[in-house]
Design a protein around this ligand. Structure first.
Ligand SMILES: Nc1ncnc2c1ncn2[C@@H]1O[C@H](COP(=O)(O)OP(=O)(O)OP(=O)(O)O)[C@@H](O)[C@H]1O
Ligand SMILES: [Mg+2]
Length: 474
């Protein structure tokens, strides 16, 4: 048995053919390869046996006594985990092949068979079935774990989910979400909103780093007529008014200018705000959710963020963990995004090859979930159908070193013109391979990728051992 088929039990195959010689021949050939094989002489018997034995693969002759094998495909493939069907034909016409595939056959084999081809088809078919099973399993788990669309099964994500549900119950409490870029802070904010008593109200977000101080203040609180040059005659409501009854996400709160920090503190203390140029207090009816990828406590220490505001915001805090701390979430997220992009692009993308998934899990994802999502989108665009392989993933994904000693850049030869990532990757890989004396395992280790990826990259970049370089490496 090849290690392509790591299963608890040997795969079960049913050979349906009225000619005993063919049945016995196939049984002998397939059993030799470690498959568990049964034979059947007619369609009715085959369907009955399949119902009680649930086979993984059925080889089905097209000409059977009193029936056409093609009529057996649909009944054999009933149920939740049906076998794959490979049609055997001595009379292979284009018509019957097309009909077989349309009815759901995996492949069509013409008699007389070439034993290698037959084993090849069986192996490929069973491997596809195993992967389909894995994908269905993961999809089921994704559905199960995404009541809030926040995908993950790691302990840290479970804690985050638990926190979301707790804070959702307190619809007025201010919340601070802290986490690196791309870890899902905005998603968490939306989940809080959607699960809270404010879910019928609006969810409004603003990036505090995106506007100048004056514009940000006007955007947040609104302004009265003639408040400043360029202000409209009627004045304008701000986001506190727009989000009334709902939630207001103040993203990148660490970038809020000092002057506005004071104003926000006042809103939190007095639960009211003033428009720019106004004298009237308007009640604030929003829940404030603040998010940051900075270390706010440190900003407080450095005198860049008001301590009193920090404590006001920090009533409840939620941390969105970086992806590298929870690699067990990567397969789930990758399948989730693949499903999403597959549907969006109308493509039948069934999953990832083992190598591709290994690479995804091994990479450290400095851009966190957003980077993973982008990588899957990239792969979904490049892959026409079926499984995502290494070659569809962005070529930088496995090429970044996982850590270790710093190699001074002066010691690397950087080409004058071509500074593409691909070219940098080639240089780095070649350099590490040289350093490791072309020991693939050690070089792969050093580069933070697996050996298969390294072999693929050596092929991709057409690398080969070079004569010894001078000791400075230049
Ligand atoms: N656990 C998750 N499940 C599903 N999708 C996720 C998850 N975490 C993040 N995402 C997706 O990843 C992308 C980035 O997430 P989001 O914008 O919430 O991150 P962020 O922490 O706000 O990033 P930034 O600091 O750069 O603003 C979004 O498309 C989001 O839907
Ligand atoms: Mg964000």
């Amino acid at each position: 048995m090849t290690d392509l088929l790591p299963q608890m039990h040997p795969p079960r195959i049913l050979v349906v053919d009225d000619e005993e010689g063919i049945r016995e021949g196939l049984k002998a050939l397939l059993s030799q390869k470690g498959f568990w094989v049964e034979g059947s002489g007619d369609l009715e018997d085959a369907v009955r046996r399949n119902e009680s034995h649930s086979f993984d693969l059925v080889f089905l002759d097209i000409r059977l006594p009193g029936s056409n094998g093609l009529d057996g495909i649909v009944p054999l493939r009933k149920g939740s985990n049906p076998p794959e069907v490979v049609i055997l034909t001595g009379h292979g016409t284009v018509g019957s092949t097309v009909e077989a595939m349309r009815k759901g056959a995996f492949d069509v084999l013409e008699k007389p068979f070439d034993p290698d081809r037959l084993i090849g088809v069986a192996t490929r078919c069973l491997e596809t079935r195993r992967l389909k099973g894995q994908v269905d399993n993961l999809k089921g788990r994704v559905r199960e774990l995404t009541s809030t669309e926040l995908v993950g099964q790691s302990d840290s994500i479970r804690q985050t989910l638990q926190r979301i549900h707790q804070v959702a119950q307190a619809p007025d409490t201010t919340i601070l979400i802290e986490g690196e870029s791309g870890t899902g802070k905005e998603l968490v904010a939306r989940c809080i909103h959607e699960n809270s008593a404010r879910s019928q109200g609006p969810f409004v977000g603003i990036n505090c780093a995106a506007l100048t101080e004056n514009l940000l203040e006007a955007e947040l609180f609104g302004y009265e007529a003639g408040a400043f040059t360029g202000a409209t005659k009627e004045g304008k409501d701000g986001l506190f008014a727009a989000a009334s009854g709902g939630s207001l996400l103040l993203d990148e709160i660490g970038e809020l200018p000092m002057n506005l920090q004071a104003k926000l503190l006042r809103v939190l203390q007095e639960k009211s705000y003033r428009k720019v140029g106004g004298v009237k207090d308007h009640p604030s009816r929003v829940r404030i959710i603040a998010a940051t990828n900075r270390n706010l406590a440190q900003l407080v220490q450095e005198g860049k963020f008001r301590e009193d505001l920090y404590y006001r915001l920090h009533v409840i805090s939620i941390r969105t963990p970086p992806l590298r701390e929870r690699p067990e979430d990567i397969p789930l997220l990758a399948h989730y995004f693949l499903d999403f992009f597959g549907k969006q692009m109308g493509k039948a993308l069934t999953g990832f090859t083992e190598d591709a998934m290994e690479d995804l899990v091994e990479y450290t994802w400095p851009g966190n979930v957003r980077e993973l999502k982008n990588a899957v989108e990239h792969a979904a665009i490049l892959c026409p159908f079926g499984l995502i392989g290494d070659e569809h993933l962005p070529h930088w994904h496995g090429g970044l070193p996982g850590g270790g000693d710093v190699i001074p850049t002066e010691a690397l030869e950087l080409p004058r013109d071509d500074r593409s990532l691909k070219s940098m990757e080639r240089i780095l890989i070649e350099r590490v391979l040289d350093e490791m004396g072309w020991n693939i395992s050690r070089a792969a280790d050093k580069l933070g990728i697996n050996r298969t990826t390294l072999y693929n990259k050596i092929k991709l970049h057409k690398l080969g051992k070079r004569p010894m370089r001078n000791p400075l490496g230049v």
